[in-house]
Design a protein around this ligand. Structure first.
Ligand code: PLP
Length: 359
């Protein structure tokens, strides 16, 4: 089976993990600090805070910006459920904005339609690792004085007009889940250029205590959860971060190859992405029965996925928003394998199968 995604662990990660296991600290310590320092350097931001997952990072990033029960947070309709869950964990209301039909990213015009007196934050997502219309959303954020907290779970290593995602002065959350472009065997990070926000997030990642120290338990200054990254995860993250540029370059090459072979498809078009995207997933928008296409691709040994069930289709949520593009496109997007371990023969197999099955 040609897998949709595949993490790549080498001897460097194994050596690093062994070193931690043979040492005397597993809870957050100097390895986590080193990982954060390396993230700051790679991304070009002022602060990076390592956490247990992007979901945890989103939750505490929202809390750090004062999101509370009664507030509203605008999120795109097509994203992983964790984006909305983070808002709900704060007790706030999730308000859906529609998607742009070419990138499937948040429709910035619809964001403005959805702003009310209760809007406390805007939470755009880098769909497929690809930047949304940051410039336009910046303007709206400034006009209404509403902060942007970015779900960049899929955007590690992406850039926007030459600027690294996570360095642009917003609060940005990354995921290191094994399906992502680099992993820390789970885990995530929040980046910001604002000291006050970084300090709040550090406090919120460990219950709301001011410092991580099991032996000098401080007083609670906020109420949160146990969202720390451990030393083993950080050791893996340090090694993976060194390899990330190579991983992403390989993904970019495969993406370009797919673009070339799929440009003349009659019943499908590739998702429109910007030059600096990290190609987290490769998405085709197809005009055929997606279930049937997936079944046929599976029979040929090709794994696919649907990113994502729109938030308005989850039974746990009830939305009444008008989402024209979401409703029109929800049965069309299909993710096909793209990861650094794909061989030329895998790529050819995928290309040939797509031409035969979708055409
Ligand atoms: C867009 C998006 N947001 C959030 C998450 C949650 O990430 P994590 O698994 O690190 O909590 C994911 C993970 O798949 C995601 O794709």
């Amino acid at each position: 089976m040609i897998k949709l995604t595949k993490h790549q662990i080498g001897k460097e990660e194994i050596v690093a993990v062994n070193k931690v296991l043979l040492g005397n600290q597993l809870t957050p310590g100097k390895t986590v600090k080193q990982f954060e320092t390396n993230l700051i350097k790679y991304i070009g931001c002022n602060y990076a805070v390592a956490v247990q997952s992007a979901t945890a990072g989103l939750h505490i990033a929202l809390l750090a910006h004062g999101v509370k029960p009664g507030d509203e947070v605008i999120v795109p309709s097509v994203t992983f459920s964790a984006t909305a869950i983070a808002v709900s964990l704060c007790g706030a209301k999730v308000v859906l904005a529609d998607i742009d039909p070419f990138s499937l990213n948040i429709d910035v015009v619809d964001v403005e339609n959805k702003i009310t007196e209760k809007t406390k934050a805007i939470l755009p997502v880098y769909y497929a690792g690809n930047p949304y219309d940051i410039k336009k959303l910046f303007k709206i954020s400034n006009r209404y004085n509403i902060p942007i907290i970015e779900d960049a779970a899929c955007a590690m290593g992406s850039s926007y007009h030459g600027q690294m995602v996570g360095s642009m002065g917003l609060t940005t959350v990354f995921s290191f889940h094994p399906t992502k472009n680099m992993t820390a065997a789970g885990g995530g990070a929040v980046t910001t250029n604002t000291k006050k926000i970084a300090e709040k997030i550090k406090q919120l990642r460990w219950y709301g205590l001011r410092r991580y120290d099991h032996f000098r338990l401080d007083k609670l200054h906020a109420i949160s959860g146990n969202y720390v990254m451990n030393e083993i995860q950080a050791a893996i993250g340090i090694e993976q971060l060194k390899k990330l540029p190579t991983f992403n370059e390989k993904r970019r090459i495969i993406g370009k190859e797919y673009d070339h072979y799929f440009k003349n498809l009659i019943n499908a078009r590739p998702l429109t992405v910007m030059e600096g995207t990290n190609r987290y997933i490769y998405v085709l928008l197809i005009d055929k029965d997606r279930k049937e296409v997936r079944r046929k691709l599976k029979r040929k040994g090709i794994e696919t996925q649907v990113h994502y069930t729109p938030l308005n289709k989850h039974p746990a949520y009830e939305f009444t928003s008008c989402l024209t593009n979401t409703n029109r496109l929800q049965s069309k997007y299909l993710s096909i394998p793209i990861h650094p371990q794909l061989s030329e023969s895998d790529i050819n197999k995928v290309v040939n199968a797509i031409h035969k099955i979708i055409g």
